[in-house]
Design a binder for this molecule. Structure first.
Ligand code: URA
Length: 462
């Protein structure tokens, strides 16, 4: 089909829907370089205002996938899993989840990004492990997963080139915040990576990409419908991120916390979210193997099935099996596996500065603003403001007090890992602004996580 962009833009501007053929032609022409940027930008803005329905978004996602390579896992003869997080401050879930799921016998290939802005990137975190190599080709990724059950690699440019081009334009034309464009962008990369089972960690709140729970639920439902529409067993867990996940924010500090969690310890919120996501992967992988999302649990009810699968994952953490899987993966990717037993080998900052609780009496932490913590970590060199900026892998923040905790005057509420005294002082001032205190007890945050399944119905998981 030959493509005339002006009628396509006009049609979307008036709220029309596009056919699969039109969307395929648009993505092909985009990658061939035959549409000027200004026309693509105009079309993106029309989509922002007028949207796309679920069917159209699935067709667009498929058209994007068709512009590049795809990974194929049939040689393994088993369901392969994948996970995606919409990202947030202190989100090191993948570092725990990937080896944990591999230890449970489900192969997993995870492609991740680098840090940009106030949220970190999984690849930067892994690169704080000496020698770790994340730039694997799709073939190298496949052969590593076949050999040791998992890989964590940088997103390959050969997969979904249309997304790279579109995202670059969206970024400079105010067209990032469109649900269909976000869902198609994320899911095209998941579909191209070829997994049979996809679990999505969709966050909302001050530290997250989506600000409200309603937006996060809509995005989760749309992504689940795309995954299922493309024949993948897909589920989402929607969780709040008003404060950072876990206590550590910053690359090596987060790897250290992930290692603690892989050894059966670690902060409760990180461990519980990892177990919730991991349980959904095992449920879906079992059902994919038995033939469909509605296949009944084999011997018992769904709640019992979940409890059993969760207990299996807890056992893998507590016995060191998940930590051993992390060691194998680090070794396979050229890194120093000794960091798992000796996390003190990870890079550290030049100095550690305590941030003390202000005030004259006892107080309770009412909030720790994730965005402000993320921005302070960025100032310390743990993140990058523009592409290609060098990171300081040992810098960052460790929170000692989180929402609901009581503090006495002079208690250490956080430690700042900085390169210089001056940077530590500036960070201390900024970080204090992230804390809100009250002079009466504050309950710990309620975990109202919700799973979104194929039917679109939400069910509480915690
Ligand atoms: N992450 C992506 O990969 N794409 C988007 O559009 C937004 C977040």
């Amino acid at each position: 089909m030959t493509l005339s962009m002006v009628p396509l833009i006009e049609h979307k501007k008036r709220g029309g829907r596009h056919s699969e053929d039109e969307l395929t032609a648009l993505c092909r022409a985009l990658v061939a370089g035959s549409i000027p940027d200004f026309q693509i930008a105009a079309w993106l803005m029309a989509v922002c205002w007028r949207g796309m329905d679920a069917e159209e978004t699935l067709a667009f996602t498929r058209a994007m996938v068709a512009t590049g390579d795809t990974l194929e896992w049939s040689r393994l003869g088993r369901a392969v899993a994948d996970k995606h997080s919409t990202g947030g401050v202190g989100d090191k879930t993948s570092l725990v989840l990937v080896p944990l799921i591999a230890a449970a016998g489900i192969p997993l290939a995870k492609m991740s990004g680098r840090s940009l802005g106030h949220t970190g990137g999984t690849i930067d975190k892994l690169e704080s492990i000496s020698g770790f190599h994340a730039e694997l080709s799709p073939q190298e990724t496949q052969s590593q997963v076949e050999r040791i059950g998992c890989a964590m690699v940088a997103q390959s440019g050969a997969l979904v080139p249309a997304d790279k081009l579109l995202y670059a334009l969206r970024d400079v034309t105010g067209t990032v915040d469109s649900l269909p464009l976000i869902a198609a962008s994320i899911m095209s990369k998941k579909l191209a990576a070829g997994a049979h089972v996809i679990v999505l960690d969709v966050k909302y709140g001050s530290g997250a990409f989506m600000q409200s729970r309603a937006e996060a639920l809509s995005l989760a439902r749309l992504m689940v419908s795309i995954g299922e529409g493309a024949g993948r067993r897909t589920r989402a867990v929607v969780s709040e991120m008003e404060e950072p996940l876990g206590r550590a924010v910053g690359n090596a500090l987060e790897v250290r916390e992930a290692i603690d969690t892989l050894h059966g310890a670690g902060p409760d919120d990180l461990r519980e979210l990892t177990l919730a996501l991991g349980t959904e992967i095992l449920v879906l992988a079992g059902r994919a193997a038995r033939g469909g999302p509605d296949s009944p649990a084999p011997h018992h009810g769904r709640d019992e099935e979940r409890a059993e699968l969760r207990a299996r994952l807890v056992h893998l953490l507590d016995t060191g099996a998940a930590a051993a899987a992390f060691e194998r993966m680090i070794e396979a990717q050229g890194g120093d596996p000794g960091v798992v037993a000796h996390p003190e080998r990870l890079p550290s900052a030049e100095l550690v500065h305590p941030l003390r609780s202000p005030g004259r009496g006892s107080a309770w932490v009412a909030a720790v603003d994730a965005r402000k913590v993320g921005e302070t970590a960025l100032d310390l060199g743990a993140g990058r403001r523009s592409k290609g900026e060098t990171l300081h892998l040992g810098t960052g923040i460790v929170l000692h007090k989180k929402t609901g905790d009581e503090t006495a005057p002079g208690d250490t509420i956080a430690t700042i890992h900085a390169r210089t005294e001056a940077e530590a002082m500036t960070a201390a001032e900024r970080l204090l602004q992230a804390f809100t205190f009250r002079d009466e007890p504050v309950p710990a945050p309620h975990r109202d996580w919700q799973t979104i399944a194929a039917s679109g119905e939400g069910s509480p998981v915690a």
